[in-house]
Design a protein around this ligand. Structure first.
Ligand code: ZN
Length: 203
């Protein structure tokens, strides 16, 4: 109807969780907002991709070469939690109890969709395990069928003496993605994590 409004509504409604109605509400809100606020918002969006890079160690989002977790002197670098994507780190950090570091795999195995082992950051994980004094690998990949397959694949690949392999406890809802699990449940799943033995992995 009014092109400038329609265009912004359609751009916003392409964002996840924002339907046409919410998009319209946002646009009307913006029309009533001070110009300065809109300028700030648009420059934050414009600069996002140039300000954010990938951490060279864990592959999480970062503003520097190393993310704040990898460069922290109080985090235990010998404990690595493997997660699927950066938003999982945000979920794991919410309870504020985990003191180790992370490794972002970049997905889970799904041969049907062309996601094979070489498409994930498994080689980089191997380098970390072989070059840093890693004592425990916590596999925190959620509970979908693909995540389960990937967990077993990793357990089999990295199963060796001196490296403890664990996975989050089964308290997670079936098929759950980490980012949608509430902090209390996630913290419990972390505290009650289960050792993966090679015999389990080899099944
Ligand atoms: Zn990092």
């Amino acid at each position: 109807m009014i092109q400038a409004i329609d265009e912004l509504v359609s751009a916003l409604s392409r964002l996840p969780t924002i339907g046409a109605k919410s998009a319209q509400r946002l646009v009307f809100h913006m029309l009533e907002s001070p110009q300065e606020e809109l300028n700030t918002l648009s420059s934050r969006i414009r600069d996002l991709r140039t300000r954010i890079v990938t951490c060279r160690q864990c592959f999480n989002y970062s503003e520097g070469e190393l993310c704040p977790i990898c460069s922290s002197t109080t985090r235990d670098q010998s404990l690595i939690c493997v997660v699927e994507k950066p938003s999982d780190v945000f979920a794991m950090e919410k309870p504020g109890r985990y003191r180790g570091v992370y490794h972002i795999l970049g997905g889970v195995l799904s041969p049907i969709n062309g996601i094979t082992a070489d498409k994930l950051r498994i080689a980089q994980l191997r380098v970390r395990i072989e070059t840093q004094a890693v004592k425990e690998l916590i596999i925190g990949l959620g509970s979908s069928a693909e995540a389960e397959t990937t967990s077993l694949y990793l357990a089999r690949l990295f199963s060796r003496a001196g490296l403890r392999l664990t996975r989050l406890a089964r308290g997670l809802p079936a098929g759950a993605e980490l980012e949608y699990v509430d902090p209390v449940t996630l913290n419990q799943a972390l505290n009650e994590r289960i050792d993966i033995r090679y015999s389990d992995a080899a099944e």
